[in-house]
Design a protein around this ligand. Structure first.
Ligand code: APR
Length: 239
């Protein structure tokens, strides 16, 4: 079965209404990164961190998957293996129907113990509050990876991308390690296409840019692959 590995970032959810991080209207503008997305921020003022993620979670619940998320499901339903390695903490890939999704930076819809990382809970309501405890009595925190923390699923992601026939990078500035380094783990003969309005500037050597939005670019590629029943680079992208 042809194997597509997708590396997605904030840009794939932009057209669903979730803001990206590093564009002009990026999320971090109203909050300092080190205040809300670092272990030291959590130590200093957990209530601010919880408020930030409670607001983000509410926003995610109010949005829906878009045509890019949906096209990837269509491909999966057409006899392709589609593995999604996402940097996003939203659940739009799953809500669209994708069955194989790895969240490199965690999942906003889950909470976890602040002393035992194996204690992870799906949130029933929207908010995590000060005083919400895990089964071992410690404060619950968002199940997300903060700057300075390990990416526990990185090795799993490396194994998955190592068997790709084609890599599709969508909506990520590839600014954050180690996620950005993942494309180097793909087989040398697997083409890599980058769908992003800034693709021309972002594409590293050997990466094929498709400078357009996620909904337009992913839909176009998926139509091509479903028609040809193979994971090939469309002629118009070959220079
Ligand atoms: N379609 C496709 N791409 C888009 C769209 C769109 N409609 N709109 C914006 N983009 C692109 C931008 O051009 C940019 O290259 O999405 C990318 C978003 O980049 P970032 O904001 O840096 O997001 P991302 O790469 O996912 O960030 C990685 O950084 O802050 C951390 O943990 C956070 O997971 C996040 C990580």
């Amino acid at each position: 079965m042809p194997h597509l590995v997708v590396l997605s970032g904030a840009g794939i959810s932009a057209e669903s209404g979730i803001r990206t991080f590093r564009d002009g209207n990026g999320l971090w503008e109203e909050y300092h990164i080190e205040e809300v997305a670092t272990p030291s921020g959590w130590e200093r003022h957990p209530e601010v961190v919880l408020r930030f993620y409670n607001e983000r979670r509410k926003q995610v619940r109010e949005t829906s998957p878009n045509a890019a998320h949906e096209a990837l499901v269509d491909l999966e339903n057409s006899g392709f293996r589609v593995s999604i390695l996402t940097q996003n903490i939203d659940d739009l890939h799953e809500r669209a129907g994708s069955s194989d999704v790895i969240h490199l930076h965690g999942e906003i819809m889950k909470a976890r113990s602040s002393i035992n990382p194996r204690l992870v809970y799906r949130l029933e309501g929207n908010d995590i509050a000060i005083g919400d405890l895990c089964d071992q009595g410690s404060q619950l925190r968002p199940h997300v990876v903060w700057f300075g923390e390990d990416v526990p699923l990185y090795a799993t992601a490396c194994d998955i991308i190592a068997s790709a026939d084609m890599v599709l990078v969508v909506g990520t500035s590839l600014a954050v390690m180690p996620a950005a380094a993942l494309i180097n783990e793909a087989p040398l003969d697997a083409p890599c296409i980058l769908v992003d309005p800034n693709a021309e500037q972002l594409a590293a050597k050997g990466v094929i840019p498709l400078a357009t939005s996620a909904t337009e670019g992913v839909s176009r590629l998926v139509s091509h692959w479903r028609e040809t029943k193979r994971l090939t680079v469309p002629d118009e992208l070959i220079r």
